[in-house]
Ligand binder design. Sequence first.
Ligand code: DC
Length: 239
Amino acid sequence: MVRSMSEDATPPSKHHGLIVVIDGPAGAGKSTVARRVAQALELPVLDTGAIYRTVALAGDRAGVPWTDGEGLAALASTMPLVFVAASVARSGRQEVWLGDEEVTDAIRTPHVSDGASRVSSLPPVRAALLDLQRKLGTSGCVGEGRDLGTVVFPAADHKFFLTASTKVRAERRHRELVSRGGDVPSLAEVLAAMNERDARDSGREVAPLARADDAREVDSSGATIDEVVAEILRHVDET
Ligand code: DC
């Protein structure tokens, strides 16, 4: 069971029903950009990576190995995952809860990142999460992930593919880990893990990371977040 919870009764956005998707590799800036675009359009964010991350964490906790597709799919269908939509506007980050435990930070460790990449390559897990993602996004969302434009929302109103050079993406992810504190891997280790994850995400047989034919590619390497957000909003306004 996955649901999105709104903490307050805000009136529907004038963009109600609009589906904007932002796909791309890890560290391209999808989360920050999606959050900012969602705030501007008054739509909820659908962070699909967080769903795969929570499946990996739930598997770890329940003793279901990251190779057991059927076991993880069963877990994915029943896990009490809740996204708190209003927390994005309030604190700038989306809270993720698994039952009565907040797992917002627990799903961002390097260990769980590795697990998310592994569990997301298993066809039964992807199948188990497909309808859930569609249900969560159906009344409008800014979704971010790997296969939203190609598989989850092929008829999305606006599709973007956000990229950046591997070096820039590794530096961003390293800075993010440093800002979270704790045991931080070196930049070289982050780069190596990122290359490994990219290869797995792009090379898997089911729903690999890929740009939809009708997605607009945006390279964030030399751009600020403001510039990327402005480009996306301009395109949404114009089309
Ligand atoms: O975006 P992220 O780093 O939080 O994603 C975590 C993992 O989940 C990543 O390795 C790829 C996978 N993923 C996926 O396969 N499909 C999606 N739509 C989103 C994420």
